[in-house]
Design a protein around this ligand. Structure first.
Ligand code: SF4
Ligand code: SF4
Ligand code: FES
Length: 200
């Protein structure tokens, strides 16, 4: 076991765990958006930032991808952490203004407005990739792809054509943190196959 500190509390973790996994074992609250315990972390949203400190040295790291180490000193509620958290939430509110889930998360941390430009008031997908990771890693399929780059990046069926690879299990809808997958789902799933008896 590895022993280290989170917010002045001594904690124990298994080799290979991340800081976030350990914090969750001890019910220490760290907000996340692109993380789900069932799939590999991507470190995409930066909402789970925490501060590592040692004397006058300190740095911010994404807790969902930062591995635990003996003697680490982790802080989850410092001024630097709270600033970066609010900054990330403001960016998210601007990026996905149509997501009630993200607005509720932002309000929880005191963010009710954003200084960043809103390009699409209808947008609710952060392109966090959680849906495609769960489809691939948990369901064992590749029914969701990420297409385009930069601001045009979006998720959908490969080549943006409905695919009968999808078995309509609903896992992607369940893990989506913004509610966006509910709308995208029909364009991914494609039409259910017609039973042979009805084709005669
Ligand atoms: S649909 Fe949801 S889970 Fe998929 S990329 Fe968009 S926000 Fe993430
Ligand atoms: S519903 Fe379809 S796209 Fe979504 S996880 Fe299941 S198989 Fe993949
Ligand atoms: S939850 Fe860690 S980067 Fe998104």
């Amino acid at each position: 076991m590895i022993t280290f500190q989170i917010n002045d509390m001594q904690v124990k973790a298994r080799e290979g765990w991340t800081v976030l996994e350990t914090a969750r074992q001890y019910a220490i609250d760290i907000p996340t958006l692109c993380y789900h315990e069932s799939v590999s972390p991507s470190g995409a949203c930066r909402l789970c930032m925490v501060e590592l400190k040692e004397g006058s040295w300190s740095k911010l790291v994404a807790s969902c991808i930062y591995p635990v180490a003996e003697g680490l000193k982790v802080f989850t509620e410092t001024e630097r952490v709270n600033n970066v958290r609010r900054w990330v939430l403001e960016m998210l509110v601007a990026a996905v203004p149509a997501s009630p889930e993200v607005r509720a998360l932002a309000r929880r941390y005191g963010v009710t407005d954003t200084r960043f430009p809103v390009h699409n008031p209808e947008e609710d997908c952060t392109v966090c990739g959680l849906c495609s990771r769960v489809c691939e890693e948990v369901v064992g399929l590749s029914a969701i792809a990420t297409v385009d780059r930069g601001v045009h990046k979006k998720v959908g069926a490969p080549f943006m054509r409905p695919t009968d690879v999808c078995v309509a299990c609903g896992c992607c809808v369940t893990v989506c943190p913004t509610g966006a997958m509910q709308k995208i789902f029909d364009s991914v799933r494609g039409l259910p196959k017609m039973p042979l008896t009805q084709l005669a």
